[in-house]
Design a protein around this ligand. Structure first.
Ligand SMILES: Nc1nc2c(ncn2[C@@H]2O[C@H](COP(=O)(O)OP(=O)(O)O)[C@@H](O)[C@H]2O)c(=O)[nH]1
Ligand SMILES: [Mg+2]
Length: 285
């Protein structure tokens, strides 16, 4: 169940470590800038989830980008579990000093962590993956952790079983589009045809071969469209969409290309990974 912002703020006080889940395809657009202030003094780990859908090279670039800011970053696929268990080693490493101090005083330091992230980044999937059969529900603890369910990840790490849901912050059109491509938000301002149009425009500039391969587009026809100086850029992109629609049999009455249907096909193919491994936001050098 989702928590309200007030609950999230209260939960933050109970934990040592925040695990922020981002969508590896849009690591900046899937962040919530407001939360930064709230968690300034907390230890943080970034999970670049859905890394299976993102560009392998860009995954490395993003991991380096966050690591340079001293934020440990882990690439995950919460669908098949790849990378998920690395979180345990990472938490142990981050708590090493605190644990040593506690031990000297004859105490055991239990690390408590919670997951935060905007909708659809894979918070529930990640929690399901990490709570395999060998992990135990810790149950209610009177006092400090009243009414909280904790999942035991190891004998001294516990994870809050419900994630903190953050609202995406849509600061500009680019962010809105990134969140629309990935299906995180339903846009009121843009319809599917416009979203798919912008996606194809990006893909043609950055992942042209993926588009050609997926829809079996002929190189010479694509080049002819893209180099046609009689058309404006937007007309060329629409022409590429028409070509995709033709290839996929998205035809309406009167033998015209059904652009709306073509748009749906493109967005579905992107979201399911049928267009290949694609990153929508790249690290700026
Ligand atoms: N390909 C892929 N899909 C994922 C991954 N993690 C989650 N998903 C899918 O993304 C969608 C949203 O996941 P969910 O866990 O409900 O996100 P939440 O809203 O943050 O809890 C679901 O369809 C998941 O199957 C991942 O690492 N890779
Ligand atoms: Mg969820």
């Amino acid at each position: 169940m989702a928590k309200t912002m007030k609950q999230v703020e209260a939960d933050l006080k109970l934990v040592d470590i925040i695990i922020e889940i981002l969508d590896a395809r849009i690591p900046i657009s899937s962040q919530n800038p407001q939360i930064k202030k709230l968690i300034e003094n907390k230890k943080k780990i970034i999970i670049l989830n859905k890394s299976d859908l993102a560009d392998v090279k860009e995954n490395d670039n993003w991991r380096n980008y966050f690591n340079k800011q001293n934020i440990p970053t882990i690439l995950c696929n919460s669908n098949n579990g790849d990378g998920v268990n690395k979180i345990i080693g990472q938490i142990n490493e981050m708590l090493k000093e605190e644990r040593e101090i506690a031990e000297q005083k004859g105490r055991t330091k239990i690390a408590r962590a919670m997951i935060i992230g905007i909708p659809n980044v894979g918070k529930s999937s990640f929690i399901n993956r990490i709570s395999n059969k060998s992990t135990m529900k810790v149950g209610n603890k009177p006092g400090v952790t009243k009414n909280k369910q904790w999942i035991r990840l190891s004998n001294n790490i516990e994870l809050l079983d419900t994630p903190g849901v953050l609202w995406p912050k849509i600061e500009n059109q680019e962010t809105a589009l990134n969140l629309a491509y990935t299906g995180t938000i339903k846009s009121d301002i843009l319809d599917e045809t416009e979203i798919a149009y912008n996606l194809i425009k990006y893909l043609i500039s950055n992942y042209k071969e993926n588009v050609k391969e997926r829809y079996k587009l002929k190189s010479d026809i694509v080049s002819r469209i893209l180099e046609d100086s009689n058309m404006e850029e937007n007309e060329r992109i629409i022409e590429i969409m028409n070509y995709i629609g033709e290839k996929r049999g998205a035809i309406e009455k009167g033998n015209n290309i059904d652009l709306e249907k073509t748009a749906k096909i493109i967005l579905e193919d992107f979201r399911t990974g049928n267009l290949g491994k694609i990153t929508l936001e790249k690290v700026q050098n």
